[in-house]
Design a protein around this ligand. Structure first.
Ligand SMILES: Nc1ncnc2c1ncn2[C@@H]1O[C@H](COP(=O)(O)OP(=O)(O)OP(=O)(O)O)[C@@H](O)[C@H]1O
Ligand SMILES: *[C@@H]1O[C@H](CO)[C@@H](O)[C@H](O)[C@H]1NC(C)=O
Ligand SMILES: *[C@@H]1O[C@H](CO)[C@@H](O)[C@H](O)[C@H]1NC(C)=O
Ligand SMILES: [Mg+2]
Length: 338
């Protein structure tokens, strides 16, 4: 360890973990009462300054904002009434429970560009002051972080070490796994213990951690049910979770890998909430385009947003209701319209 690193570590130990102020207690009772008090005050001062600038696993940096999450889901997330409701209920319940029995495990499913990563970001932003940038939020993409199946043995031990190390550092850690349907069954298997009802594993409790899995598995059957509602002339907002659950549980995970995902996580009840995202329609894409203009500091322009939305591809071929790429390409496409 270099001297500089040792210094930083020492500083972290002193200020972040509270070792010193606790250690000072016996001294205060004996001799240097005044000195210790001054020292403690000084240290408290430093600690406060430290907390302000360096992220610690403390309430200064990790505090759930229930109102914030509700407002964000209501205002920023379009066309996802079911997901919005489940997420709010799940995260609220978990964060307000002082002694959860297991970590929170959410599995988000839906078509591309419907808001899976976006929802994880909203959750992170309303728990961690630093949002997705937080050192306590860990994001893994199977094709990026674990691309070669020949490396499986390495990936497994690495991933287990990461999860264990990070939760040891901070029990309120969040792990997001993108492209869960492309993840190797062996890797899914190796994270299973962390999701289960264990008091402690090797002295570490995982019960305050949050795991979010994102995948496209089930997108087809969600789209089919949404289309059936549309064809029957029913309102999209009247679709309920149970309408999708049946279709999903029958047809979702047809390929081998996501089949494993289902049998190992969902059937074992390790996933607490199964969150379906509906495919987005023309009107939602227009909303996304309007939002993107505001985000760029432009005057929101409805005709431009409509023009952009009209140029996108929609499916199924005959009805053309759902945007093939959802809201995903809006950001880059907007350049051609303004
Ligand atoms: N339902 C939505 N409401 C508002 N904005 C959305 C919604 N869905 C997507 N967006 C916008 O589109 C961008 C891309 O969406 P996101 O990355 O969440 O898609 P995804 O569901 O993860 O897709 P993929 O399956 O391709 O990874 C988001 O950053 C967000 O700005
Ligand atoms: C929580 O979110 C609301 C709505 O976004 C915001 O007004 C409020 O300031 C936030 N509270 C905290 C403590 O950050
Ligand atoms: C925490 O996870 C990150 C990956 O997000 C990893 O690079 C880091 O080494 C982990 N920390 C520990 C202490 O294991
Ligand atoms: Mg995504």
């Amino acid at each position: 360890m270099t001297p500089k690193r040792r210094q930083v570590l020492l500083l972290w130990l002193l200020l972040c973990s509270g070792v010193v102020t606790e250690g000072l207690e016996p001294i205060t009772t004996t001799i240097a009462v005044g000195m210790a008090a001054t020292l403690t005050a000084l240290l408290a001062n430093y600690r406060n300054i430290y907390f302000q600038f360096y992220e610690c696993c403390r309430p200064e940096w990790i505090a759930f904002n229930a109102t914030g999450l509700k407002v964000d889901l209501d205002r920023k997330l379009y066309g996802q009434h079911i997901a919005s409701r489940i997420i709010l209920k799940a995260v609220n319940g978990f964060m307000n429970n002082g002694n959860p029995k297991k970590p929170l495990v959410l599995s988000l499913h839906g078509w591309t560009g419907t808001g899976k990563n976006f929802i994880s970001k909203l959750i992170a932003e309303n728990i961690y002051k630093e949002g997705m940038e937080s050192g306590f939020v860990h994001f893994f993409t199977s094709t990026l972080h674990f691309p070669h199946s020949s490396q499986l043995v390495n990936y497994k031990s690495q991933l287990q070490q990461w999860i264990k190390g990070n939760v040891t550092n901070c029990e309120r850690s969040m792990f997001i796994f993108d492209e869960m349907d492309k993840m190797h069954p062996g890797l899914i298997d190796c994270i299973k213990p962390y999701l289960d009802y264990y008091d402690k594993l090797d002295g570490v409790s995982y019960r305050k951690a949050i795991f979010i899995f994102l995948s496209n598995a089930g997108a087809d059957s969600i789209a089919k049910t949404t289309l059936d509602f549309w064809k029957a002339g029913e309102n999209r907002d009247d679709i309920e979770l149970k309408d999708l659950e049946t279709a999903l549980s029958l047809s979702v995970f047809n390929n081998i890998q996501s089949g494993f995902y289902r049998t190992s996580l969902i059937d074992k009840n390790l996933v607490d909430f199964f969150v379906p995202l509906l495919p987005l329609e023309y009107k939602h894409v227009v909303q996304c385009a309007m939002t993107e203009m505001v985000a760029r500091g432009l005057e929101p322009n409805w005709p431009v947003a409509e023009e952009l939305a009209k140029d996108l591809l929609y499916f199924p071929k005959s009805e053309k209701i759902f945007a093939v790429t959802g809201c995903k390409t809006i950001e880059s496409r907007l350049d051609y319209y303004i």
